[in-house]
Ligand binder design. Structure first.
Ligand SMILES: *Cc1c(COP(=O)(O)O)cnc(C)c1O
Length: 410
């Protein structure tokens, strides 16, 4: 009999979104005429911009013609896209990268999971709490942890609480760790790291010989010019950090699939016997063996995000979502709620009123306002007492949802 990877059995059954779905379905069955508004999901709603669609179509047409047909592309991504990203997205930040340091992929979810392939199991890993669940679960799946305790913390992982006291940016881990996941702007809390805070992390990682996995999926939503978009804006980061970026939220590619990972050439880790190994070489080998690249039309569409028209249209959509975020944030704050995020990120992280648990507030919002959000406790124990609303909805729904919540609270 074949044996299974039993680490998978340690995972708690996908609880959060199925449970939300169950409660919403039950409510709608009992109240079929209630217009339920969903501000729970972390998915975009605006269609792809015209400049992006045009490039996408043109690339598909190239595939229809013998002279311009393309088969397998480079596993690392086409140079035209890599060079465009470096020139349009990194150089303006003062960050210089080589083409060989950027790897195009079909998503940051897969990249943040797959990166674990090139690191030894014995590494001590630190993640935020609350957290994007992928970081936690992929470390469980690969066998780095024991079982979860009754709170949901897995034995062997180091959790860094993010709470009101630290402004939802974690303190340095209490014990020595080898790998640290940071996500700024943050999902779910909407928190950002200042230049000073990021400098602190880079200095910490260099001192501790640790590697930072920096998830910058929401960098395009930063509105404050003082907040860094890339960890490589910080001196020394190329010696301690891998950065993940995605076209998913930036340009509506959640269904199209395109992302990138930066592994600087100077970044090294060690063998047990103490030799230095370049992580760029290992990631390149990993991708070339296990991945066959992102489709040509998708990479053409992604490059079009940075054309003059493409970027203008992309910015308009980001601004649209951020205006939604402002409406939610201001509306709820004026109704007396304590709200975080929503300024440099498309998520509003609100404190549940009257000491309600996250799930009690979920039920209250669903029953009284017919609005669906996401209970903070679903992202980790420190999310208890908080609630996430997403700014990715359409404008009428956002305005109506805020109005209903205000009425029920005032
Ligand atoms: C949405 C999201 C991503 C992007 O994932 P893709 O696989 O590129 O769609 C990455 N990190 C976080 C924290 C996210 O919320």
């Amino acid at each position: 009999m074949a044996l299974v990877n039993e680490h998978y059995l340690k995972l708690k059954a996908g609880y959060l979104f199925p449970e939300i779905g169950r409660r919403v379905r039950a409510f709608i069955e009992a109240n079929p005429q209630a217009g339920v508004i969903r501000l729970g999901i972390g998915d975009v709603t605006r269609p792809l911009s015209p400049a992006i669609i045009k490039a996408f179509h043109e690339a598909v047409d190239e595939l229809a013609c013998e002279e311009t047909f393309m088969g397998y592309g480079p596993e690392q991504g086409y140079e035209f896209l890599i060079d465009t990203i470096i020139e349009k997205s990194y150089n303006p930040l003062g960050v210089q990268l080589k083409s060989s340091e950027v790897f195009i992929s079909d998503g940051s979810k897969c990249d943040t999971a797959n990166i674990l392939d090139i690191f030894a199991l014995g590494n001590i890993v630190a993640i935020g709490d609350p957290v994007y669940p992928v970081y936690n679960d992929t470390n469980v799946m690969i066998g780095r942890t024991g079982d979860a305790d009754e709170k949901g913390y897995y034995q062997g992982l180091v959790y860094m609480p993010c709470n009101e006291a630290n402004g939802f940016t974690p303190n340095f881990p209490r014990r020595k760790v080898d790998i640290i996941y940071l996500c700024f702007p943050n999902n779910p809390t909407g928190a950002v790291a200042t230049r000073e805070q990021l400098t602190g992390w880079v200095d910490y990682a260099l001192r501790a010989d640790a590697i930072i996995f920096f998830d910058a999926a929401y960098e395009a939503f930063i509105t404050d010019p003082a907040i860094p978009h890339s960890i490589y804006e910080i001196e020394g980061a190329k010696r301690c950090a891998i950065e993940f970026r995605s076209f998913s939220k930036t340009a509506g590619f959640t269904g199209v699939r395109c992302a990138l990972t930066v592994v600087p050439e100077e970044l090294v880790a060690q063998t047990i016997s103490g030799e230095s190994v370049h992580l760029n070489r290992l990631w390149n080998r990993r991708q070339a063996t296990k991945f066959n690249g992102v489709s040509y039309p998708v990479q053409k569409a992604a490059a079009a995000v940075y054309s003059e028209e493409g970027w203008k249209q992309t910015r308009e959509i980001i601004d649209f979502y951020m205006e939604n975020a402002r409406i939610i944030r201001d509306g709820l704050a004026s109704a007396g709620l304590t709200v975080y995020g929503g300024v440099n990120a498309p998520y509003i992280w609100l404190k549940t009123p009257g000491g309600l648990t996250s799930w009690d507030f979920f039920d209250k919002l669903l029953n009284e306002c017919h609005v669906v959000g996401t209970p903070g406790s679903g992202f980790g124990p420190s999310g208890e007492g908080f609630f996430r609303l997403s700014a990715f909805g359409n404008r009428e729904n956002v305005i109506e949802a805020v109005e209903r919540i205000r009425k029920s609270l005032m």
